[in-house]
Design a protein around this ligand. Structure first.
Ligand code: NAD
Length: 316
């Protein structure tokens, strides 16, 4: 099979590319390198530099492909509050461009990277697929709109699109960025023996799912003969941010210097995925526990040339 991976130079996309190549598939990566890295590009994948929000870019990248994994996005709540128009251009119009590309090429499945951000504030725990969808940020709203487009194409054109609602993903190739995923931020500060700031009281909880499990979920959904619809992808466990900081400090071997700041706008209080629908739908089972996943991640980050280069620049 030949697969198009949009966002394949990004954190999750590059892990998926590696998995697909390892399973013997051909891969085309479409990415504009806006938040991804050339260092993440796999030498065995074909690379097309382009912007999914521009008409026809996805269509030419999809030529000859049998499935599309659509991960390219303007990512994150904070970024979407700063740049709401760009957020929807990439996340909604970009997804429509990808769906149209699939239709033009006769590709019956797009596996779309959605987000637990579509749910908004927690009403029931764990969060099942039918939890009320009431996003708290433009990002959550744009991901929800894009999901609905994928599902409308299933109804209109008999496609078998699958939307995967990731909870908090972490792991190898996740680098610090200004728009704030907590694990890379804590890791970077702690590895440099600096204190961390937790927004709010730190008792908010998150479901952290390892990127290898997320890549596998994409693969299973993309190769399933029958799956279609929207599925939660998490670890099915949760941890408070205070406990996460303690576990990470211990793994790194530094004391946890923690300060508390104001809660961040657009952040939910609690998060925990119910993952039985993905298990029933395409055999998904999270397999990496947090302690192991953090161990390999921290080892990778310590030796990551991109991260080390940035640290050196900051110190000069
Ligand atoms: N990391 C998480 O915890 C998480 C949680 C929920 C959902 N997601 C979703 O998973 C997907 C991958 O996220 P990630 O964490 O790997 O982020 P990432 O920023 O590392 O990857 C996104 C990739 O898309 C590319 N991109 C952005 N805009 C583009 C455009 N207009 N045209 C082409 N390429 C473009 C970027 O350069 C980058 O390589 C995204 O759709 C994101 O919304 C991530």
């Amino acid at each position: 099979m030949k697969a198009l991976v949009t966002g394949g130079a990004g954190f999750i996309g590059s892990n998926l590319v590696e998995l697909l190549l390892g399973e013997g598939h051909q891969v085309v990566v479409l990415d504009d390198i806006s938040s991804g890295y050339e260092e993440n590009l796999h030498p065995d994948a074909e690379f097309v530099r382009g912007d999914v929000s521009v008409p026809d870019v996805a269509a030419s990248a999809a030529l000859g492909c049998g499935v599309i994994f659509h991960l390219a996005a303007s990512v994150g709540n904070t970024r979407s509050i700063d740049e709401p128009v760009r957020d929807s251009q990439v996340n909604v119009i970009g997804t429509l461009n990808v769906l149209e590309a699939a239709r033009a090429e006769g590709i019956s499945r797009v596996v779309f990277s959605s987000s637990a951000g579509i749910f908004g504030e927690l009403k029931t725990l764990p969060i099942a697929e039918d939890h009320p969808q009431d996003p708290d940020s433009p990002y959550g709203a744009s991901k929800l709109a894009a999901e609905k487009m994928c599902l409308v194409y299933n109804k209109l054109y008999g496609m078998r699109n699958v939307c995967l609602r990731y909870f908090n993903v972490y792991g190898v190739r996740q680098r610090f960025d200004a728009y704030g995923n907590v694990i890379p931020i804590f890791a970077e500060r702690m590895l440099r023996d600096r204190g961390v700031t937790i927004f709010g009281d730190g008792e908010q909880t998150r479901d952290f799912v390892h990127v290898a499990d997320v890549a596998r979920a994409n693969y299973l959904a993309g190769t399933s003969t029958s799956a279609a619809g929207a599925f939660n992808i998490g670890s099915g466990t949760r941890i408070s941010i205070n406990d996460l900081a303690r576990v990470m400090a211990e793994a790194i071997g530094v004391p946890a210097h923690i300060e508390h700041g104001e809660p961040r706008p657009g952040d939910v209080r609690d998060s925990l995925a119910a993952v039985d629908a993905a298990a029933a739908g395409f055999g998904f089972a999270p397999s990496v526990d947090l302690a192991d996943g953090l161990g390999t991640y921290l080892e990778w980050l310590r030796n990551d040339p991109v991260t080390r280069r940035r640290w050196a620049e900051q110190e000069n």
